[in-house]
Design a protein around this ligand. Structure first.
Ligand code: FAD
Ligand code: FES
Length: 359
């Protein structure tokens, strides 16, 4: 059965297209050359949302509370890349029709230039953007906090990874990758990856960016100062976008109070201590709060969870910080609950969950 989808844009332009009941709305639009704005096409980035003002629909299995919080679901917001029509639908998109086509995300070639095991569970992968024809290194620009999709060489599979370093002229990209047992990308890293290999990279993607200093222009940077304490809370490789944001603040001599709460399970899995110490040395306004769930004789930091350290620090403090959360879904959910207990307004809480990006 086919239904008619009426897409309405903010400049009052209306476009109709067909959608079968077993086809997601975004796929149907793209098939009929309507280039709706989208990024991941796998229900985790949120870029393809619309408000359904008329009709019935069903969500697919990928949609979760991260991409579609319950208040948005109640209002009728849908994630078009995992929503299936059950009647004709009217959808309102929150952009003007001249932005159709922004769906096209750049795809580049990149060479593996570094591969290092940082701890029992974490790899550092370094890529360099190159011109596909000449192999000459090219600049790769992005906003700190964003991620890219990296193709697993020799397959048609892609996985999302956040950039840990700042944009640079050489097109170097640093990724911190947690080893997921049995994972395809992790299997590639452990068994096949080698310096010199070429991978496809699609991006930059994502909206998880730091309000303070989210642009590289000095003047805009000042405009983006929020005046609030900045708190960054990370678990595992969720550290990557947070450290990227902090490096950006450091590069702008950001003087506001910043805290990084970061935790791992134990000494064997802990990573990036040297790099974080270097960052803190270059940023006197940054306080590091490192935590391990399991202590060890040579561990000077806190014992427990990074979220616990965050909540303990801000309990009884009047200041309500701007908060950036990143890590595995349970960690992010615990941190969001913690923010609610601390009375931090939800518009000051920004999050990215490292959900599975394959499939
Ligand atoms: C926006 C975004 C940014 C990300 N950035 C990073 C990053 O910087 N560093 C990083 O390490 N990861 C990051 N991830 C997660 C990453 O994209 C992959 O999902 C992860 O590395 C596993 O890929 P894989 O191919 O090894 O496993 P797959 O072959 O995809 O999966 C193997 C098995 O593990 C499960 N699984 C996969 N991923 C996870 C997970 N994250 N948690 C629990 N179970 C999982 C799958 O359901 C499956 O059962 C990000 C995810 C998103 C959505
Ligand atoms: S394109 Fe639909 S959530 Fe990313």
């Amino acid at each position: 059965m086919n239904y008619v989808i009426t897409a309405r844009f903010m400049d009052d332009k209306t476009i109709e297209f067909d959608c079968a009941e077993d086809e997601n709305i975004l796929a149907a639009a793209l098939r009929q050359n309507l280039q709706l704005i989208c990024q991941c096409k796998k229900a985790y980035c949120g870029s393809c949302k619309a408000l359904c003002s008329d009709g019935d629909y069903e969500f697919g299995e990928r949609i979760n509370i991260q991409v579609l919080p319950s208040d948005e679901e109640e209002k009728g917001i849908v994630v078009t890349c995992d929503t299936f029509p059950r009647s004709d639908l009217v959808l309102d998109f929150s952009y003007t029709s001249d932005r159709l086509g922004e769906a096209t995300v750049p795809e580049i070639s990149a060479k593996v230039v570094g591969l290092e095991r940082l701890s029992e569970t974490v790899f550092r992968l370094e890529l360099q953007a190159i011109d596909a024809e000449t192999s000459i290194p090219t600049m790769f620009d992005f906003v700190p906090g964003q991620y890219v999709e990296i193709g697993i060489p020799g397959t048609d599979q892609v996985r999302a990874f956040s950039l840990a370093n700042l944009p640079n002229e050489q097109g170097l990209m640093e990724f911190l990758i947690r080893l997921v047992p049995g994972g395809s990308f992790c299997g590639y890293l452990e068994r096949e990856a080698a310096v010199g290999q070429i991978a496809k990279v699609r991006g930059p993607l994502g909206e998880f960016v730091c309000k303070a200093g989210c642009t590289k222009m000095e003047e805009d940077f000042r405009l983006h100062e929020t005046g609030r304490v900045q708190a960054f809370v990370g678990g595992s490789t969720g550290l990557a976008p947070l450290v990227c944001m902090l490096r950006n603040l450091a590069s702008h001599d950001y003087a506001g109070e910043c805290h990084l709460f970061f935790g791992m399970q134990n000494r064997a899995t802990m990573f990036y201590e040297k790099e974080l110490a270097e960052l803190a040395a270059s940023m006197p306004n940054l306080t590091l709060h490192l935590a391990l769930m399991e202590g060890s004789p040579d561990w000077q930091g806190a014992i427990g969870h990074s979220v616990g350290a965050f909540e303990a620090h801000f309990t009884g403090v009047e200041e309500r910080p701007e908060v950036y959360l990143c890590g595995p879904p349970p960690m992010v959910a615990a941190a969001v609950a913690s923010c609610a207990r601390l009375g931090i307004p939800s518009d000051q809480v920004h999050q990215e969950e490292f959900v599975a990006s394959g499939g």
